[in-house]
Write a protein that binds this ligand. Structure first.
Ligand SMILES: CC(C)(COP(=O)(O)OP(=O)(O)OC[C@H]1O[C@@H](n2cnc3c(N)ncnc32)[C@H](O)[C@@H]1OP(=O)(O)O)[C@@H](O)C(=O)NCCC(=O)NCCS
Length: 201
């Protein structure tokens, strides 16, 4: 896919994982998303006004107001269970340069601990280096957010540095870790090793 096509204003195709679909928001998602984004456990390390809420409000706006810029700068996606279609979270990928982006995600606490966060991050990584043909993907995580660090590591991102006093959430300032994966690493970890010797040879 060319760069122009990748960042056009067309809706993103749904991204499927083993158990989830990541899709564009629908106007009917607002209530579930507001409940999610209003949960204190979800908001512990995240700003209340998420890009996801903006995306749903945009989806509910009249068509004349809904137009996106010609070149899309971010993808805010609903996280829904394939079985039953329930919305359990939200995630986003925001371009930070011509070939680079940042990702973020949040899930309803009753669904934590089942590997969904890892599936979401893995799907965003595959989307970034596959359809969007990016070179670098990063995520910023508050230093106490150990769950999210594990999710990023599970998806292949590696620690790149400490960003002191980077995030301010409801009056509290957090030091943050910067996690990164580049295309070369993605190819290395997503391609089966062709050179591996066959057993017994
Ligand atoms: C971060 C979040 C998406 C994780 O979702 P999840 O579905 O629970 O993630 P997973 O089940 O895939 O993985 C969680 C990992 O954290 C680990 N974990 C769980 N509880 C933990 C804890 N208290 N301390 C450290 N690690 C913990 C799990 O063992 C697992 O790691 P593993 O796969 O190596 O065993 C979810 O907690 C969330 O929405 N948090 C609020 C919003 C947020 O913080 N977003 C990220 C901003 S950077």
């Amino acid at each position: 896919m060319t760069e122009g096509a990748a960042h056009s204003q067309r809706p993103a195709p749904p991204l499927r994982t083993a158990r989830l679909t990541l899709r564009e928001f629908l106007p009917s998602d607002l209530e579930a998303l507001q409940a999610l984004a209003g949960d204190a456990r979800v908001l512990e390390y995240a700003p209340a006004e998420s890009r996801a809420l903006e995306a749903v409000r945009r989806a509910r706006a009249p068509p004349a107001v809904r137009r996106r810029p010609a070149r899309r700068r971010s993808y805010e996606l609903a996280v829904v269970l394939q079985r039953g279609g329930k919305l359990i979270g939200a995630c986003d990928l925001a371009l930070s340069g011509p070939r680079a982006a940042d990702i973020g995600y949040m899930l309803a606490p009753r669904h934590w601990g089942h590997g969904y966060g890892t599936e979401v991050a893995q799907a965003l990584v595959a989307f970034a280096f596959g359809a969007l043909a990016l070179e670098r993907l990063s995520a910023v995580v508050a230093i106490e957010n150990d769950r999210s660090r594990r999710v990023l590591e599970n998806a292949g991102l590696v620690w790149e540095g400490l960003m002191r006093r980077h995030l301010r959430v409801r009056g509290r300032t957090w030091d943050c870790h910067l996690y990164v994966i580049d295309r070369r690493r993605w190819l290395a970890i997503s391609t089966p090793c062709a050179a591996a010797p066959a057993r017994g040879s």
